[in-house]
Design a binder for this molecule. Structure first.
Ligand SMILES: Nc1ncnc2c1ncn2[C@@H]1O[C@H](COP(=O)(O)OP(=O)(O)O)[C@@H](O)[C@H]1O
Ligand SMILES: [Mg+2]
Length: 264
């Protein structure tokens, strides 16, 4: 991956200090006069998985919306590949191609499996034969083997878990350089959950992957770094091993024990 590297002062990884690809610096957000994010700062290295955890209402989804410019009234700085997202050459559409976002509920379009994968491509690209891209993305999303004989069947005939993997394939067809996922496996069958986690591990070899999850076991399996947020603030950021074995903050210990946080 060719990146402009923005060096970071702090690095939570135990082993190699990898340069950051995404830097979130003092991001704050208010909606309807309510403070949603307070001075949020962390970074995502050029490769590897980060899990964003925290109680419901902590601001996790809002933060992903700031990262993809779905909210634009936030304050602070977000750098992606060294570029301020507010000055992104190519505008918001290009930024959203660069940063793939997968939501909790899979939203497939009333079209074939094949057409769903190429949905985000330009009209010109869609007119060309995209078979090899479709195959590659479905393989990366661990869905190919289950659908290769029926690529032209309606996507809504797939199970929810398969539909979520299709959404992942659709995001990958746009060749994102960063992948954000908002509780992607929250309502999925265990097999789909396992396949998506394996897929994220593979994808994270080449790009930063940030996965919001309320499943602490999943955050442990994903490894990488864990970012713990509560009430719009970052409470603790550490490698998964340190986070789960030696949490530093009292709030983190309470959250790991009870899945609740009284930090506000
Ligand atoms: N449009 C909005 N106006 C006012 N408050 C909102 C709006 N959207 C979300 N919130 C509030 O922002 C807080 C964070 O929400 P969210 O980012 O969805 O949290 P999480 O994803 O961590 O559960 C919640 O208290 C929620 O009620
Ligand atoms: Mg959320």
């Amino acid at each position: 991956m060719s990146v402009h590297i923005h060096t970071i002062k702090e690095q939570v990884f135990d082993t190699v200090s990898e340069p950051a690809y995404v830097n979130i610096e003092s991001v704050s957000l208010s909606l309807s006069e309510k403070i949603i994010l307070k001075d949020v700062s962390f970074s995502l290295p050029a490769t590897g998985i980060s899990s964003l955890i925290g109680p419901s209402g902590a601001g996790k989804s809002s933060l992903l919306r700031c990262l993809t410019s779905l909210y634009d009234n936030w304050q602070g700085t977000i750098l992606v590949a060294g570029t301020n997202t507010r000055a992104w050459l190519g505008g918001e559409d290009d930024l959203r191609r660069h940063i793939g976002l997968i939501s909790q509920k899979p939203a497939v379009f009333p079209a074939s499996i094949y057409d769903n994968v190429i949905f985000g491509l330009s009209r010109k690209e869609r007119k060309q034969d995209q078979s090899s891209r479709v195959e590659q993305c479905l393989k990366q999303a661990a869905l190919w083997d289950e659908v290769k004989e029926r690529l032209h069947s309606p996507a809504n005939t797939l199970s929810v878990g398969q539909q979520q993997r299709l959404c992942l394939a659709r995001a990958l067809a746009l060749e994102p350089k960063v992948l954000l996922l908002d509780e992607p496996t929250a309502s999925l069958d265990p097999r789909s959950k396992q396949l998506i986690e394996a897929s994220l591990h593979d994808l994270a070899k080449n790009m930063p992957v940030l996965c919001v999850t309320h499943d602490l076991e999943q955050a442990q399996r994903l490894q990488g770094q864990v970012i713990f947020m509560c009430d719009g603030k970052i409470i603790e950021t550490a490698s998964a091993n340190d986070f789960f074995q030696h949490p530093e903050r009292l709030e983190t210990r309470e959250f790991l024990r009870w899945s609740v946080c009284d930090c506000d």
